[in-house]
Design a protein around this ligand. Sequence first.
Ligand code: ADP
Ligand code: MG
Ligand code: MG
Length: 350
Amino acid sequence: MMKKIGIVYGGKSAEHEVSLMTAKAVIAALDFSTYQVTPIYITLDGEWVCGEKLTAPVEEAEALRFTGTDQPNSIAQFVELASNPETRFDLVFPVLHGPNGEDGTIQGLFEMMNLPYVGNGVLASSAGMDKVVMKQLFTQAGLKQVPYEYCLHSYYNAHKEEFLDACEQNLTYPLFVKPANLGSSVGISKAKTREELEAAIQFAFEYDRKIVVEQGITAREVELSVLGNDEPKVSIAGGVLPTKDFYDYSAKYVDGTTNYAIPAEITEQELSDLQQASIDAFKILDCSGLVRADFFLTTDGDVYINEVNTLPGFTPISMYPKLWIASGKTYAELVEELIQLGLERFEEKK
Ligand code: ADP
Ligand code: MG
Ligand code: MG
């Protein structure tokens, strides 16, 4: 029998456009003789497109917004569709990045609805989205990281000078200031003086009530892909070679100035250290399905973990698939493997 798959894409996130590209690529890679595919679009405003429009092709996503005359969009209609035995999905694939998709919220909805889904569960997704919680868990796993400070907005308002002093005492400029819960480098800036630090903190607080201030490091950036459930496999490493100050939002998506090296030019020892650290990171966050683990590699061969991304960029030209493609898998095989892992995970939990 045909399996029903829902591809949830778009979303209220800075990575909305990336998600649209991914959804097209994932749908094109699915075998239509095995799967009956339903695209489910979440607009940039967070509306779940429904009714007739629910099954519109991804190419028409832009035209799917509520115009005021048609049936209003609502998450309730997705719930109805997925609860009805006639239309229920065998699996959903959230192709969403950033908050409201990569952070455990939508995974919680799927759990409550008893729907099998691709990728990480609630805990791994939310712990992976919060850079402070992620760092605390990495420390627990014995993974090396750059020194950092963090604080909440309410604390900062009351103890601003104290926090700035702590940053300057415990860390050395340049510093990187980040909102705790975000991705795609949104809200991140680099500070070289106390004035810049203050401005960077103010900027990061526009995106979150919690921020992280990190020691800046001079190092190469390398990324690895992890795939599996309880016994994950890890790929070769890929190098990110930004041609500007750092790998910011426009370097990632807009100006195409970033170069990638696959495989990264590293020693056998460095590769094996990076692979071990990737598996350790996957396990400490209790990940499932997939994770891209991102590292800083110094000229001395020291490996610092920067972060993991629980729903990494997934277009055919994104690092996550490219690292597997370089090892001989096709993009379609990778999509199929993720579907099977999602189904297996659901079976094991029963
Ligand atoms: P995001 O989750 O938004 O991708 P990251 O923590 O990966 O956030 O930071 C984005 C980019 O900023 C990194 O890819 C890197 O280029 C730069 N960066 C972040 N932290 C540091 C640091 N401590 N030292 C040097 N560069 C950094
Ligand atoms: Mg990230
Ligand atoms: Mg990153």
